[in-house]
Write a protein that binds this ligand. Structure first.
Ligand SMILES: Cc1cc2nc3c(=O)[nH]c(=O)nc-3n(C[C@H](O)[C@H](O)[C@H](O)COP(=O)(O)O)c2cc1C
Length: 301
């Protein structure tokens, strides 16, 4: 069975990868789930300088999902390159580095620094974090979105994935803008902005007041984001949002995702990525397909 997918010239041995910020690993000998099993490894978003993230509490459970307002704590790019990147690059699967910045210049500088290490295969631009000051605006404003992707593409030879926000009127329009600015792929979707009120304290529950909603609650919304973008763009889509089983992943692929990202469910079931890979393989076999690419987007036919 051919599970290979091609994301902007990078071949993944299967279409499954962690969503940024939801999977950390230190060793290939991980006895729960080995980080060389997914098609790619994706880093937590990094910034140039260290950051502490948002005030606690930073996460809370919701019906069928989770709100987080982590706010991207990071040790900064130099520490990341020294401590984490060699570990990620050592797993032997393509490495996606997720970057974010406070300015367009930050994005460009980080892209250059990461490329110069020679240890990254793809760059993911986190243009859509609802927990940062100005985090989501990149993906909400058509001009900003175009400008940042175009500038990053001018300064790097690494393939660029634009990670977009569902908190817009029509995400398929934003996917089209990302493609026209030169993005090599889009990741759909980041979390939905939401909040919870503590009824006893009569105050917002999260330290940052609002957070990002992820998990099964957003899955049908993510499938629609992928489905509606698929007919507008020709670059690959990494379908992310609420995948909790291989069935959810197959749905995403039929809607048009070339690959899938698994986020919150890694916390619920540490074996989820393995189960999704084998479930997709069994689905293809049971339905007499030879390769994953045969089913990409066929819900449109
Ligand atoms: C705890 C947590 C941390 C996250 N951190 C990041 C991050 O650093 N960068 C990013 O682009 N997305 C981040 N995300 C968003 C996920 O990558 C993903 O896009 C989103 O959660 C939807 O997928 P899911 O429903 O499978 O979780 C985070 C999500 C969670 C739950």
């Amino acid at each position: 069975m051919d599970l290979n997918v091609n994301i902007a010239g990078v071949i993944l041995k299967n279409p499954v990868m962690p969503a940024s910020g939801t999977y950390e690993c230190n060793s290939i000998h991980d006895n729960i789930f080995s980080p060389d099993e997914p098609g790619a490894i994706v880093s937590k978003t990094i910034f140039i300088n260290s950051r502490e993230g948002n005030a606690p509490p930073r996460i809370c459970e919701t019906p069928c999902g989770m709100l987080n307002s982590i706010g991207i704590p990071t040790a900064g790019v130099n520490n990341f390159i020294r401590d984490r990147l060699p570990v990620l690059a050592g797993f032997g699967v393509p490495v996606v580095i997720s970057i974010a910045g406070n300015s367009l210049e930050d994005f460009c500088k980080l892209a250059g620094i990461i490329e110069s290490t020679g240890k990254a295969d793809l760059l993911e631009l986190n243009l859509s974090c609802p927990n940062l000051h100005h985090g989501i605006e990149w993906a909400r404003d058509k001009n900003e979105l175009y400008r940042v992707i175009k500038r990053v593409k001018e300064v790097t030879n690494l393939p660029v994935i634009a990670k977009l926000s569902p908190s817009v009127t029509d995400i398929s329009e934003m996917s089209l803008i990302a493609e026209s600015a030169g993005a090599d792929a889009v990741a759909l979707i980041n979390t939905y902005k939401g909040m919870k009120i503590d009824i006893n304290k009569r105050k917002p529950f999260l330290g940052n007041i609002a957070g990002g909603l992820s998990g099964p609650a957003i899955h049908p919304l993510a499938v629609y984001a992928v489905y509606s973008s698929f007919t507008k763009i020709s670059i690959p889509i990494i379908g992310t949002g609420g995948i909790a089983s291989w069935v959810d992943a197959v749905e995403m692929i039929l809607a048009g995702a070339a690959a899938v990202g698994i986020g919150m469910y890694n916390f619920v079931n540490p074996l989820i990525m393995r189960e999704v890979i084998s479930g997709i393989e069994a689905y293809l076999k049971d339905n007499n397909f030879d390769s994953i690419t045969e089913i990409t987007g066929i819900a449109h036919l």
